[in-house]
Write a protein that binds this ligand. Structure first.
Ligand code: G4P
Length: 527
């Protein structure tokens, strides 16, 4: 198969949802259809169970699983599908945001009874800002839930999307009979006997099939026809261009647990979802079909085995092919590196791969060269954009608790920050180190990992910071100098030396923004 055909057959995407909406179940069912696994229950859930005795122990256990589920690849109807795992837990939202820089499209899973939930809103907002094509899958139709039209309204209003249904449920919960597939213009009926298996279901080529009325009853058929008319009148027709631009989101209904609507989702997905997209770098737009390799690191997984300092850097191939044993330029370090055992991911297995194509994810063993956002190329000076650090929301001073282990502590903190676990700030006034995280759980994770992986003990001390923001302005201006002087106590540097304002309250942040209008206050590190 030629290079261009290899690109065309790839679909790299993420599934996003609020925890418990059914992301893991759907992923597993997609793998089953792809023949990548043989039975349900094979994909271990990497979510943090509510029953966990101790959150951070649970996180450690999950870290082991999540390397296996980071990329789940399979072939379906000759398409190479790469599913990138996105943690649902809100304390790890930043991981998910970063992974979203490596996907070409997403599937949003919504629970029919709960509707649009908080985490879905946040994640969809990020996708909307980046115009990532989205398909919405409304799950758990076997349960009593909200009315389909109410849900479509809710999705439009809460998520700010323009939807168009591509399927419509016939009944719901106890009365759930099946689905009219607007996309394929046929009806599939739910066969209660065959829950849990991918079995045959009653299938009708059209609404006019006389046996359909016998199967679902005149009343349900009438309602279905009315609803379809309503859809015709109210929602825009599906338009692939609009979907690809992120301006229109198709919605499908189903039940992942019962394999209902899943294959229809997959069939629709492979037909409409984009092949690997071009990506902006600071220098220029990079097209996947360019012959020279380029890619970027969106995730680092470190120290799975405490006896070996092993780190796996996950690279998304943007253009050209990545070849084993070829020298590539690590742009930030201006250093050529060769990789003798790059990994590819297939279902839950890792394998050494000779050639990877745009859209693929390659796992590179790393001894500390990479950090998130790094660019690797065939020689060109490129810097990919779009992996910002977000303003953390929890802050603590970090102190060394064992003077003999200062070096280990510094190294451990450094590496954990490269992995993107948290952000480190150094106060301008006294050089004290402050850790900022998106979720409170990370503090436990850091303390635990520093001890177990680096033999370093740390303690924390509370610090009253409301939000960190990156400051930009003309350093020579009076306003900038005054800001530096007056706010001295609240200023710090991030790891790359950028100036950060650690505002102690929403009020003082607002005051500073009002007072220093010539300065820009950014809430992500990339501006
Ligand atoms: P997540 O990854 O989005 O967090 O969700 P996950 O797939 O783990 O699903 C959350 C719960 O919802 C699971 O039940 C799962 O079995 C159930 N579920 C998923 N899809 C459907 C569906 O279509 N219908 C119904 N009725 N339930 C569904 P659990 O009891 O929390 O976990 P488990 O013990 O079954 O693993």
């Amino acid at each position: 198969m030629g290079f261009l055909d290899e690109i065309k057959r790839r679909r790299t995407f993420g599934i996003i949802s609020h925890p418990d909406a059914g992301k893991t179940t759907l992923t597993e069912k997609l793998l089953l259809f792809g023949g990548a696994i043989q039975e349900a229950g094979a994909v271990k859930s990497n979510k943090i169970k509510k029953t966990a005795t101790s959150d951070f122990m649970e996180i450690e256990r999950q870290r082991g699983i999540s390397v296996a589920t980071s990329v789940l690849a399979f072939i379906y109807r000759d398409k190479k599908i790469n599913i990138l795992d996105t943690p649902g837990h809100k304390d790890f939202a930043e991981d998910t945001f970063r992974t979203l820089t490596a996907v070409d499209s997403v599937i949003v899973v919504i629970d029919v009874a709960k509707g649009v939930e908080e985490q879905t809103e946040k994640l969809v907002e990020v996708c909307r800002m980046r115009n990532i094509p989205m398909i919405v899958f409304i799950n758990k139709l076997d349960r009593e839930g909200k009315d389909a039209f109410d849900l479509l309204d809710e999705v439009e209003q809460k998520l700010g999307l323009q939807v168009t249904p591509l399927s419509l449920p016939i009944g719901m919960g106890y009365d759930f009979k099946g689905i009219y597939n607007i996309w394929e213009r046929n009806v599939q009926l739910f066969d209660g006997e065959q829950k849990q298996t991918i079995g045959e279901k009653a299938h009708f080529e059209s609404l006019d099939d006389p046996q359909l009325e016998d199967a679902i009853g005149a009343q349900a058929l009438e309602t279905l026809k009315e609803e379809l008319e309503l859809i015709d009148g109210v929602y825009p027709k599906f338009d692939r261009e609009a979907y690809l631009k992120g301006a229109l989101q198709p919605v499908l209904f189903g039940s992942a647990l019962n394999n209902f609507g899943v294959q229809e989702l997959l069939n629709c997905f492979i037909e409409i979802a984009p092949e690997p997209l071009s990506k902006a770098s600071e220098e220029r737009l990079i097209e996947p079909h360019e012959d020279k390799f380029s890619g970027f690191v969106f995730k680092i997984h470190a120290n799975m085995d405490p006896n070996h300092r092993d780190r796996l850097a996950f690279i998304k191939v943007v253009s050209g092919t990545f070849q084993r044993n070829s020298p590539y330029l690590h742009v930030r370090l201006n250093k050529k590196l060769k990789f003798s055992s790059p990994n590819t991911f297939f279902a839950e297995r890792k394998e050494i791969v000779d050639t990877s194509y745009p859209g693929d994810i390659v796992g590179l063993h790393d001894t500390g060269n990479f950090k998130i956002g790094d660019t690797l190329t065939a020689g060109e000076q490129l810097h990919f954009r779009g992996i910002p650090s977000f303003s953390p929301e929890h802050f603590r001073y970090i102190n060394n608790n064992d003077p003999m282990k200062a070096k280990q502590l510094a190294k451990g903190i450094d590496q954990l920050m490269d992995e993107g676990v948290a952000q480190l700030f150094t106060l301008n006034l006294n050089g004290r180190k402050v850790i900022g995280t998106v979720g409170a759980l990370q503090f436990e994770v850091i303390q635990y990992r520093l001890l177990h992986e680096y033999g370093a003990k740390c303690t924390y001390e509370n610090l009253n910071v409301h939000k960190a923001c990156w400051i930009e302005g003309d350093e020579k201006s009076d306003a900038f100098k005054e800001f530096r002087r007056i706010k001295q106590k609240f200023l710090a540097q991030d790891k790359s030396g950028q100036l950060v304002f650690l505002a102690d309250s929403a009020f003082s942040l607002q005051m500073a923004q009002d007072q220093y209008k010539k300065l820009q206050f950014h809430f992500t590190s990339e501006f």
